[in-house]
Design a protein around this ligand. Structure first.
Ligand SMILES: NC(=O)c1ccc[n+]([C@@H]2O[C@H](COP(=O)([O-])OP(=O)(O)OC[C@H]3O[C@@H](n4cnc5c(N)ncnc54)[C@H](OP(=O)(O)O)[C@@H]3O)[C@@H](O)[C@H]2O)c1
Length: 387
């Protein structure tokens, strides 16, 4: 019998992190959790330590770190401070790192893990959008395995099964369309935070749920897919599929189309990223064919969902344009969730910042972080002027 895979989970207290731990709990003979990293949710982290007994945890929030230390009383090593996750990525005793820290905050830990030769299963999409060349180069240089968790990217990965990019006609990225798929533009523009957080098919963290409502999530994914598979965004189409059963498709040069289907349950792509190509049994939700009347597909209306158009545009420009797109969106998404920005102004903010940005090659961490800072400042200024 082989020893269990040692797993470090970055963003363990979030939606993907918790589901990763559930996958680990269901496969105790195959997966052992050795390290956890979180931001502020101290109580969640303490409970996870008691349940999984990792060797080390990282927590970035100072108050949370104090709580964790007090409650754990030396039960495991605690790394703390703003760079705690990055530090842990460099020294965690783990074979595979699951990266599920939302936003650009996940970039440094992911890069550090790849540069240290760790195998990385990534849910976090923002690092590939903001710094795709750096991430892919780090994996190439160290020979690290990169496995996608995002359900659409995982679906494409499973359908491609290592096929060379020149045999691919196009990637067909499916999108649920979020809660506003059928809404008229004026109603979308004034949508409330509660309405944006009511996703029809997926339960996820707040940032990605709002990104799904604006469809920026699909914009980020098409850039993520382009970077990860080395296929230009001109060969990636977004198709609305409200049932979220077909997770994405690949059309090959010979006209064949392969699709991956399953319930909208992130535990399946998480399990596949960790244990694939093996497909051990589990008790996750199955597709209930009797309950599905039809699988339907529609075109995206980019006039109502301009974030998709902006993502294609940023990808076409390349370099730090996608860094700026991501940064502006992170700011606008956050300010919207605080109730200080109308929903319709998210796309307007991103458009303003993107069109003002002078893109340069995103060839170093310094360049990416500087572009990220500038775009954030520009987004905040735009929002302040508009309010
Ligand atoms: N949820 C999904 O179904 C799904 C599907 C596909 C892709 N993704 C992607 O996966 C990523 C995570 O999504 P999510 O929905 O799981 O988000 P989430 O529920 O908001 O969780 C985010 C996690 O990141 C942690 N975190 C934030 N800043 C940190 C920092 N500086 N250092 C260490 N940890 C930090 C948070 O810790 P605290 O909570 O303790 O502050 C939390 O554990 C996103 O990039 C998202 O786009 C998610």
């Amino acid at each position: 019998m082989t020893a269990p895979l040692r797993v470090a989970v970055f963003g363990s207290t979030g939606s993907i992190g918790q589901q990763t731990l559930e996958v680990a709990r269901r496969h105790p003979d195959r997966l052992r959790v050795t390290a956890l990293a979180a931001g502020r949710r101290a109580q969640h982290l303490v409970e996870q330590v008691l349940a999984f007994e990792p060797e080390v945890v990282a927590i970035s929030g100072p108050e949370a770190a104090q709580t964790v230390r007090e409650q754990l009383r030396g039960r495991c090593r605690v790394v703390s401070g703003p760079d705690a996750a990055e530090e842990l990525a460099g020294d965690a005793v783990a074979d595979t790192h699951v990266h599920a820290i939302t936003g650009i905050a996940g970039l440094r830990p992911m890069l550090r893990a790849l540069r240290c030769g760790k195998s990385v299963a990534f849910a976090t999409k923002e690092p590939l959008v903001a710094a795709g060349d750096l991430v892919m180069a780090a994996a190439r240089d160290s020979g690290s395995r990169l496995a996608p968790i995002d359900s659409e990217i995982s679906a494409l990965w499973q359908c491609l099964a290592g096929a060379p990019p020149e045999r691919v006609k196009r990637l067909l990225l499916t999108a649920s369309g979020g809660p506003f798929r059928t809404w008229p533009a004026r109603r979308i523009a004034d949508a409330t935070v509660a309405e944006a957080l009511a996703h029809p098919t997926w339960e996820m963290g707040a940032k990605i749920t709002v990104d799904s409502a604006s469809m920026m999530n699909k914009g980020l994914e098409l850039i993520e897919a382009s970077r990860f598979f080395g296929i230009a965004t001109e060969r990636i189409d977004v198709i609305l599929h409200p049932q979220s059963v077909v997770h994405s498709m690949v059309e090959f040069e010979d006209g064949a189309i392969l699709a991956q289907l399953g319930s909208p349950d992130m535990r399946l792509p998480i399990q596949y990223a960790l244990l694939g190509p093996d497909r051990p049994p589990n008790e996750f939700e199955r597709v209930n064919w009797a309950a599905i009347a039809a699988l339907t597909f529609e075109q995206v209306d980019v006039a109502r969902f301009p974030c998709v158009r902006l993502a294609y545009e940023a990808a076409r420009v390349g370099g730090t344009a996608t860094t700026a797109l991501n940064a502006a969106n992170e700011v606008a998404n956050h300010v919207f969730r605080e109730g200080r920005l109308p929903f319709g102004a998210i796309a307007a903010t991103v458009e303003h910042v993107l069109h003002d940005h002078c893109a340069v090659p995103a060839d170093s961490l310094e360049t990416v972080e500087s572009a990220d800072r500038q775009a954030r400042a520009a987004a905040e200024e735009f929002i302040q002027r508009a309010s």
